[in-house]
Design a protein around this ligand. Structure first.
Ligand code: NAP
Length: 281
């Protein structure tokens, strides 16, 4: 039996068409002003440039404007902080996205945390993470929040299930673990120092791959009937999980591409629209 394909691309498309209606309503309520998402790209990393372009295109599709800020590779922390301050103070900018990663000379955490909480639509600030973890209103980190939306859309049972998250990055592993915990899963977070990863994964009802290494999580580690979420994306259209060995035996899975990636962008759009709606209330 083949597992259910959790089609992030289709759900993202559906979300975008609903968002487009809300954006038109917003424009009507704010004297024709189009909501703006500011994107900051530092340096010339081609993958980051592609992600920023994709986010700009998504803005267009839902009727928002994207304000592209491109800074040179040599940008300092202070220069980036000044740029964020400028966008924080701009009343027309509803959300700010700082594309990760930034060049190594920049203190990324300080810069993320400078984004005002009302404009942290990508859910990267420590304050936003803390609020989310405490179950208070906050924009969730976009990829984890997109994963949770996808699981809910496909009515995947989470409460009481054993979830194993492989990866503990601030924008992905940690927040998705916290969101699963808030949804009443029992959660284990694994990382590069974890001992006996295959054994831990083999007990999981839900496996989230957020490692950043192609097909690192082997199909044989995953038990039949598990729900498999792959956040990784690598050349050759492979993720962090060895899917060929999983599709036939799992209960549900996210394809690569077309699973988590489109949900990340749609969630960023949804959170920007929400921020814009709050500003006109
Ligand atoms: P990251 O910051 O590099 O974090 C990778 C995590 O994997 C770290 O916590 C690391 O552990 C852990 N890890 C590395 N080797 C391991 C091993 N041998 N065993 C167990 N854990 C190990 O990456 P990230 O930013 O979270 O991204 C992870 C993946 O998701 C990447 O493929 C990335 O492209 C993808 N991603 C996709 C989206 C999207 O929109 N679809 C968004 C963000 C990221 P330590 O903490 O111990 O080093």
């Amino acid at each position: 039996m083949t597992g259910i394909l959790m089609d992030g691309k289709a759900l993202a498309r559906q979300m975008e068409s609903e968002l487009a209606v809300r954006v038109q309503q917003l424009i009507g309520q704010s004297n024709g002003k189009v909501p703006i998402l500011a994107t900051i790209l530092v340096g010339e990393d081609p993958a980051s440039a592609t992600y920023v372009r994709m986010k700009g295109n998504a803005c267009k599709r839902v009727g928002m404007e994207s304000l592209r800020v491109a800074l040179p590779q040599t940008t300092t922390t202070d220069e980036l902080l000044r740029e964020i301050d400028r966008l924080n103070a701009d009343p027309d900018v509803r959300g700010i996205l700082l594309q990760h990663p930034v060049p190594p000379q920049i203190d990324e955490r300080r810069c993320f945390d400078r984004i005002s909480i009302e404009k942290d639509v990508d859910g990267v600030t420590a304050l936003g993470f803390g609020k989310m973890a405490m179950g208070e209103a906050a924009y969730g980190s976009a990829t984890p929040a997109g994963i949770m939306r996808l699981l809910r859309h496909y009515e995947i049972p989470i409460a009481g299930k054993y979830a194993v998250v492989v990866g503990r990055s601030p924008i992905l592993g940690k927040p998705v673990a916290m969101m699963l915990l808030n949804a009443n899963a029992t959660v284990t977070i694994c990382h590069s120092k974890t001992v006996n990863l295959p054994k831990i994964i083999s007990g999981a009802d839900i496996v989230v791959g957020a490692v950043g290494k192609p097909e690192f999580i082997r199909g044989e580690w995953i038990r039949p009937g598990a729900v498999v979420v792959d956040a990784g994306y690598h050349p050759g259209n492979v993720g962090d999980i060895e899917f060929s060995a999983v599709v036939e035996k799992c209960a549900a899975y996210t394809p690569v591409p077309g699973g988590v990636g489109p949900m990340t962008i749609a969630t960023l759009m949804a959170q920007t629209v929400e921020a814009a709606e709050k500003s006109v209330r």
